[in-house]
Ligand binder design. Structure first.
Ligand code: 5GP
Ligand code: MG
Ligand code: MG
Length: 186
């Protein structure tokens, strides 16, 4: 669905589907150049990264094997704690493989910081990160992001895989959710 199908549920569209796709094509060219010797294993983080993975993988002009993990932050609240529980692990052995983590968004960075170390500890040859969105002003850890789609403000965004209470993942664009939807001011 498009933003126009959602009435007043969104306050602003940050990036349209066309912008997301164009940026992913640029990132794909960089990834192809950086992994010219051997394609990386793409590891998507469920569920948010499904759309990024689908579009990035098809944009890449070499074999793109995909695997998936599902993780959740321990502890109460909506904020990442940095302590992560694996809900679904990889199917593949990543020993000596180049791994490219594919993510929807980096907020505090705590989840990916943990995940990168976890994958490195399994003997991967390299572990890099590709994310569609990043909130630089929310980052709590020093995290190297090799491929970043767009930097966005510290607002709660939905769409292109990102949910609010499991809704909005199938919105084509990335948008800031209107505060009245989640009971906030505004
Ligand atoms: P981090 O560990 O970087 O703080 O958290 C990353 C995860 O929090 C993302 O993978 C995503 O699930 C969730 N998240 C962070 N910011 C947002 C946001 O603006 N919108 C949505 N829908 N999820 C977010
Ligand atoms: Mg995610
Ligand atoms: Mg979520």
């Amino acid at each position: 669905m498009d933003a126009k199908h959602l009435g007043d549920e969104l306050s602003v569209v940050l990036h349209t589907e066309a912008e997301l796709h164009a940026r992913l094509a640029e990132l794909a060219r960089e990834i192809e150049a950086d992994y010219a010797d051997e394609p990386p294993l793409l590891v998507g983080v469920l569920k948010g990264a499904v759309m990024v993975m689908a579009d990035l993988a098809r944009e890449l002009r070499f074999h793109a094997q995909m695997d998936w993990m599902a993780v959740s932050s321990y502890g109460a609240g909506t904020k990442s704690s940095g302590v992560v529980k694996i809900l679904k692990d990889l199917d593949s052995d990543i020993t000596d493989r180049d791994v490219l983590i594919v993510e929807d968004i980096i907020d505090s960075g705590l989840t990916l910081h943990w995940l990168k170390e976890n994958l490195e500890s399994r003997g991967a040859r390299s572990v890099r990160i590709c994310t569609m969105l990043r909130k630089p002003d929310a980052m709590k850890v020093d995290l190297e992001v090799a491929y970043n789609g767009f930097d966005i403000p510290v607002d709660f965004v939905v769409g292109y895989g990102l949910d609010y209470a499991e809704d909005y993942r199938n919105l084509r664009d990335v948008a800031i959710l209107a505060p009245h939807v989640y009971g906030g001011e505004g």
